[in-house]
Design a binder for this molecule. Structure first.
Ligand SMILES: O=C(O)CCC(=O)C(=O)O
Length: 284
């Protein structure tokens, strides 16, 4: 049974049917400056932590909107954790929220967030790939280590990036992410089937993991190539995170892997075409 403190399906609908505040809207378009050290760190290691991606003043409203969308999507699921598949025990996954809920679209289309990725990738323009809220339930299992690009039909995985935004404090014991530094090397590719039958790639067994506990409003950005996972949620509170995944404008559709070629964001594309569909607008 999915419960979010202080929310009912009725109040969640009311939140989602209201306009977001003018001040949050303005904040979501405000530039967030990165330091050259942060950009270098991202390039060298394949991930970086950024503070104050959402500041204290704006986080409560933003968090409530995402929570409301998650409750509407998952509130009718009566199963408890043990009745779910192994994959579903890792997180409540709610994708493409921005296309169902206009208030979430205001957040996902934020130029502040996309601008960080533009600077990290040193790109002319950034497109949306997709969004997904990832809430790990109390007692939720680990997220097995994987590379995101394994599941995406994109020829240029080095030009993909995920923002993982903590909506609440996420210490290690609540299931924060960890990264394997410098695994953003295009030569290191291995498909991990996190959905049905995860395994740990042999070469990762020798690598160090870097855990990334975050305060609410902080975020990590990681390349689609970087191997990463998350710990269990050992607390009795929900681990609440919102992710937005971005691609550099100009990346192309790779239809070679049967498992990925029907990805929603690529519907209608032919092999090698620039990814430019109704789901992947230019954000900045
Ligand atoms: O939130 C998690 O537990 C995993 C997140 C993840 O794998 C990702 O955002 O790429």
């Amino acid at each position: 049974m999915v419960r979010i403190e202080g929310l009912t399906e009725l109040s969640a609908s009311e939140i989602l049917n209201s306009d977001i505040s003018k001040s949050l809207k303005k904040f979501l378009d405000e530039k967030k400056e990165l330091t050259p050290e942060q950009i270098n760190f991202y390039h060298n290691n394949g991930f970086v932590k950024v503070k104050d991606v959402v500041t204290e003043e704006y986080l409560p409203e933003l968090r409530r909107i995402i929570e409301a969308a998650v409750l509407i999507r998952k509130g009718k699921d009566e199963r408890d954790l043990k009745q779910k598949s192994q994959y579903e025990q890792s997180f409540l996954q709610c994708g493409y929220l921005c296309w169902d809920f206009p208030a979430v679209k205001e957040i996902v289309f934020s130029k502040r967030f996309a601008g960080i990725v533009k600077d990290l990738m040193q790109a002319e323009h950034i497109r949306l790939w997709h969004d997904q809220a990832l809430f790990k339930e109390p007692g939720g299992r680990i997220t097995d280590a994987h590379q995101d690009c394994s599941y995406w039909p994109i020829h240029e995985p080095q030009f993909t990036s995920t923002m993982w935004l903590a909506l609440v404090d996420v210490p290690v014991e609540k299931g924060c992410l960890y990264f394997y530094p410098r695994t953003n090397d295009p030569k290191l590719r291995e498909y991990v089937d996190i959905f049905r039958n995860p395994h740990q790639p042999e070469f990762l067994k020798k690598e160090e993991k870097v855990f990334m506990p975050l305060k609410a409003g902080e975020a990590t950005f990681h390349s689609g190539l970087t191997f990463h996972g998350a710990g269990e949620n050992k607390t009795n509170q929900m681990r609440e995170a919102m992710t937005i995944i971005y691609i550099k404008d100009g990346v192309t559709f790779d239809s070679s892997d049967e498992r990925n070629k029907t990805h929603t964001s690529c519907i209608g594309l032919n092999e090698g075409e620039i990814i430019n569909t109704k789901y992947t607008p230019i954000l900045i």
